[in-house]
Design a protein around this ligand. Structure first.
Ligand code: PLP
Length: 411
């Protein structure tokens, strides 16, 4: 394995990911679809196995030993997540089903409390559908107005346009930290500062940021921050909504049910404290434990090492792919995470995806749940390779050869 400039023992890391050792269509798997979901290390899989074999019980309800152990483990997981994003309080960390669940929670609860007819919500052109549709639904219900920050041809937000969109009517600004389609890392700190100066609340969609870069919610000073476990080496079906204590305390509950209540009579129900007020019903307990195990794993490698190594992979792949005739990279922002979206003149991206899948290489093709962004570039979709810290330059070399072979067949 080629030595990298950074202290990352990728050969050893790869041993922790059982799936990376399987074959696909008779070839060693090369997994470049990390933007869709990441693979899971043995340390996460073991936690899930152990939980169901030895620890399974419901939480916050029983006085028996198993229930108390499960409750302690779940609340410990919350603290691991709190530390990871540097939230001030552990009760500012709400377990959800994922980024989509988190955004919908804010759209519902924040929407009920703060949005009225004529109010404005600002999103950006590069949002994932999960950070578009809930706001469209809310705007329709409340007769509020959705405004969209435009981008340039490189895939960067036009910050001057954003400033012009802000007004006393702006109640919420919500943008993605990192674009899943373009890889653009948005200047969220500046966006948050500008939005706050205009008196708006801010939600950041961190689905593609948290797996690759250090996130400090106190330093960012955002009101809400959403992310998914499965994109950061944890299980599916679990995610987080971070919210500032004072703001969450003021919001009405999202869903009603067990755990989110203090007392219930047929005449009146009183609600539980944070974070339980927003966690109705039995949660994805093992998901929370698996997510904490994934964070422990990432912490062991070091998020700055991860970021630096992935940056090196991105640069390496970008240089190589640029040398292939007819390739057009979609997303050339100055500040980019390890996402490489591209098109080849005259070829449909899904044809490329299908051919290289036969060679054991998994990339994503299509609109990546960002249809309005595809419309902005006037394209039907892209082929997307997205890298994680367990990928290697050798894999990129194989991918480039496979791509060249596919293009020869298709052109
Ligand atoms: N936001 C971004 C930027 C994403 O990339 C994704 C998933 O691809 C989501 C939100 C939705 O995440 P989930 O499906 O885990 O809720």
């Amino acid at each position: 394995m080629e030595a990298t400039t950074y202290k990352l023992n990728v050969e050893e890391i790869r041993k922790d990911f059982p799936i990376l050792h399987r074959q696909v269509n008779g070839k060693p798997l090369i997994y470049f679809d990390n933007g869709a979901t990441s693979q899971k290390p043995r340390q996460v899989i073991d936690v899930i196995n152990r939980y169901y074999q030895h620890e399974n019980s419901n939480i916050h309800r029983g006085i028996h030993t198993l229930s108390q152990e499960a409750t302690d483990a779940y609340e410990k997981a919350r603290k691991t997540i709190q530390q990871f994003i540097n939230a001030q309080h552990h009760h500012e960390v709400i377990f959800t089903s994922g980024t989509t669940g988190s955004v919908n929670l804010v759209a519902s609860s924040f929407g009920k409390k703060h949005i009225q007819a004529g109010d404005e919500i600002i999103i950006s052109t590069m949002e994932h559908h999960s950070n578009i549709v809930p706001w469209q639904m809310l705007c329709e219900e409340k007769k509020a107005i959705l405004k969209v920050i435009p981008i340039n041809d490189k895939g960067e937000l036009l910050m001057e346009e954003f400033k012009r969109l802000l007004s006393p009517k702006t109640k919420l600004v919500t943008v993605t930290h990192v674009s899943n389609t373009l890889g653009t890392i948005n200047p969220v700190k500046e966006i948050i500062k500008l939005a706050k100066a205009a008196g708006a609340f801010v939600l950041i969609d961190g689905a593609q940021a948290v797996p690759h870069t250090k996130v400090d919610v106190q330093e960012l000073d955002c009101d809400f921050y959403a992310f998914s476990g499965h994109k950061m080496f944890g299980p599916t079906g679990v995610g987080i909504l971070y919210g500032k204590e004072a703001i969450l305390n003021e919001l009405p509950p999202y869903q009603g049910g067990g755990d989110m209540i203090k007392t219930v009579t047929f005449e009146k129900t009183t609600y539980n404290e944070l974070p339980h007020k927003f966690e109705a019903g039995t949660p994805n307990i093992v998901g929370g434990l698996g997510l904490a195990a994934a964070i422990d794993y990432m912490n062991k490698i070091g998020i700055t090492n991860i970021e630096a190594y992935e940056h090196e992979l991105l640069n390496y792949a970008t240089e190589k792919i640029k040398k292939i005739e007819g390739v057009r990279i979609i997303g050339e922002a100055a500040n980019k995470a390890s996402v490489l979206s591209f098109l080849v003149d005259g070829i449909h991206p899904s044809d490329i995806g299908m051919i290289i899948d036969k060679l054991g290489i998994a990339i994503r093709t299509g609109h990546h749940c960002t249809e309005p962004l595809m419309n902005r570039f006037d394209i039907p979709g892209t082929a997307r390779a997205s890298f994680a810290f367990y990928n290697t330059k050798e894999e990129i070399d194989t991918f480039i050869l496979a791509l060249e072979r596919a293009l020869k067949m298709l052109l």
